[in-house]
Ligand binder design. Sequence first.
Ligand SMILES: Cc1cc2nc3c(=O)[nH]c(=O)nc-3n(C[C@H](O)[C@H](O)[C@H](O)COP(=O)(O)O)c2cc1C
Length: 370
Amino acid sequence: MFSNTIHSAEDARRIAKRRLPWMVFDYIDGSAGAEKGAARNRAALDNATLSPRILRDVSQRSLSKSVFGKLAQRPFGIAPMGMCNLAAPGADLMLARLAAKYDIPHCVSTVASTPLEEIIEVAEGNAWFQLYFSGSGEGTFKLVERAKAAGYETLILTVDVPEVGRRPRELRHGFKMPFKIGVSQFIDFALHPRWSLSTLSAGKPDMANFKMEGFEFDRTESRAKATWETLDKLRQVWRGNLVVKGVLDVEDALQLKAHGVDAIQVSSHGARQLDSAPSPFKMISHMRTALGPEFPLFYDSGLRSGEDVLKAIEAGADYTFFGRILQFAIAAGGETGLEQLWDVLSDETSIAMAQIGINRLSENPKAPYV
Ligand SMILES: Cc1cc2nc3c(=O)[nH]c(=O)nc-3n(C[C@H](O)[C@H](O)[C@H](O)COP(=O)(O)O)c2cc1C
């Protein structure tokens, strides 16, 4: 008999798998195609090692790291994820409270299940807005104005979804937003009453940013029309920090730098887009070499532990983000589950720092430790 306490990211996933309807679990857990991309990146992370060092006083360890000039209390933040309230009612705001408590960035998805204005308030300003270009782009730029008005200072443009990737596990269950409850979904929900009763009684989660008059979004609508001119237009209207997320090609990264973006986020969208993409973890060091030591480089995809975070930093990332495991923790144990996993990730990072002989994470990617 397994307990319900979370001691690792895999614990969170295992408990979440039991509690969530299959449709929701597979929406969160699934990757593109045959899921080889996810496996390739996992193998790359597993094959990377950290060197244990000895007899250095490591009693004064700090997990803080600055990002865009602000001191975050952890070297990892929350990746943007759509429809988090499918994990449990109120999930978006649990993440926002976590961000407020640790001064870490909570990246708020275009397709979040809570309005962007509410999230930044609860996150006490520790929120970045993630933008999807969509359709003709008219709605996209309206959303930028709205984020600015709500007080967002950092915008993340996600560029790796020209079309939504084919994720067979999600497609098999007929996952759609807003979701339709047919016979198979009804059976699925009936077999997971704990989730169904709480989620459906709280009201079906929806894409909250599009409930306001004048804002519409179709999750499956083509995002294929975005070009470098779109980026330039965005750069002109957005004076705050501009991050471009979903970059896996060095030439693209250099071009982004030339177009004046403030940071690049290496990511494979958690292996949800192109199954045959290179391991994003392996791309970090190539990007760092090409972009030089000063350029802000962020990373997400496949991180499952504090040791993974240190590996990404050692490879050249300035800052990292966790994705689906945070939703699994919420599905497994609500806000308590999220806090448990957060403590696990923090402890793993701190203990691994002691093992590799460091007290602090520096701001210099060429010498990531102090
Ligand atoms: C359920 C789910 C929804 C996501 N929604 C978005 C989104 O709306 N916008 C975005 O830029 N990335 C989205 N992502 C990708 C994440 O931001 C991030 O790149 C990825 O989850 C990191 O990989 P990991 O889950 O293995 O940590 C989503 C990921 C998941 C699992």
